[in-house]
Every structure is written in C-alpha cells, then in structure tokens.
Design a protein around this ligand. Structure first.
Ligand SMILES: Cc1cc2nc3c(=O)[nH]c(=O)nc-3n(C[C@H](O)[C@H](O)[C@H](O)COP(=O)(O)O)c2cc1C
Length: 170
C-alpha cells in the first residue's frame, strides 16, 4: 500500500473510543513510548514546543482519578453532587490502561492560541498512532482539568487542557 493510502486509511479509521468500551487489558511500555514519540515532530511557531504530556498508569492513574473525583465533590457542593457522576470519575480511569495529561506551556513568545493549536496537533498524532495500533483513545476536557494545577505541579504559565484516555478495545 502506498504512503498516501496508508495515511488515508488511518485518518478515516480514527475514532474516539470511550473507557466503557475498553477491555481493561494493560498496554505495554513500548506502546506508550510509541504514542509519546508521535508527539515529537509537530509544527510549532518559534520552536517553543509548548506541549507537555505526562503518563499516568497503575497507582498514579488512580491518584489522578481520586483527585478529579474530589475536585468534583468540592465544586458541586451538597446540593448538586451526584454519586453516579462521582463514581464515573473513578470508574473511567479504572477501565483505562493509561491517561496522559495534556498541558500547554505558554512561552509568551507567540499568541496563546498558537501554542494550544500546536498541542492539539500533537494530540491528533496520538489519536492516529493509537488508531494504527488498534488502541482506543479519546480527549476528555472536563472543566475540572483547569483545577489540576497543584496536583500536576504546573507553573503559572502552564494549563491543563484535557486528559487523553487510552485502552485496549476489541
Ligand atoms: C478539544 C477536544 C475536547 C474534547 N472533549 C471531550 C469531552 O470532554 N468529552 C467527550 O466525551 N469527548 C470529548 N472530545 C471528543 C469528541 O467528543 C469527539 O472527537 C467527537 O464526538 C467526534 O467523534 P470522533 O472523535 O470519534 O470523530 C473532545 C475532542 C476534542 C478535539
């Protein structure tokens, strides 16, 4: 198959696949390395390389889940709190093999949108790489990610813009 046909096939097959459809099987370090390596060659103005990705798996992944669930509880307050939503914040990471936090590092050298755009291009590469490896994945962007600064030890010029869930699918 020529290069264009291969590219078209992978782009056409790309889909968001959600944790409820993941099998719960682990993915290898090699697979995670491939996914991260796909974020190396991204167009980025003034070569600021603004994307920051951190992989959470095993116990760290569940710490992230508990942090999100706690943030939800705190933000919702007793009036709006829904146990089902709280549990989903734990269950989704449990069902996933790994979660990659998507963070933008704003350099101040170019407009912020350009650095968000470059980071999103890196996420697209992760989507396509997962597709090529028959892994499920999706970009989740709950508003709560804005409050992950302390948990992720982010600097003032960094912002978490989502979570990239990954899991094996049938
Ligand atoms: C920036 C961005 C944020 C997203 N945030 C969410 C989200 O919070 N929850 C969700 O279910 N899907 C989210 N998605 C995935 C979209 O819902 C999904 O791409 C869309 O439904 C189209 O489906 P497809 O990816 O299978 O083509 C996000 C996608 C992008 C690009």
């Amino acid at each position: 198959m020529d290069k264009l046909e291969t590219l078209k096939e992978i782009m056409a097959a790309r889909r968001s696949r959600y944790p409820k459809d993941y099998t719960g099987t682990h993915i290898s370090e090699g697979e995670l390395s491939e996914i991260l390596a796909s974020t190396e060659n991204i167009p980025n103005h003034k070569k600021t390389r603004p994307w920051r990705f951190r992989v959470f798996k095993d116990e760290e992944k569940m710490q992230l889940a508990r942090e999100l669930a706690d943030l939800y509880k705190k933000n919702a307050g007793p009036e709006q709190f829904l146990e089902k939503k709280y549990q989903a914040m734990i269950t989704k990471p449990e069902q996933s093999a790994a979660i990659i936090t998507i963070v933008v590092n704003f350099s101040g050298l170019v407009p912020e949108w350009e650095e968000v755009a470059a980071t999103a291009m890196a996420v697209q590469n992760m989507y396509l790489t997962c597709t090529a490896m028959d892994l499920g994945c999706y970009w989740s962007s709950p508003k709560l990610t804005e409050q992950l600064g302390d948990f992720l030890n982010l600097e003032d010029n960094q912002r978490c813009i989502g979570l990239f869930y990954i899991g094996q699918v049938n």
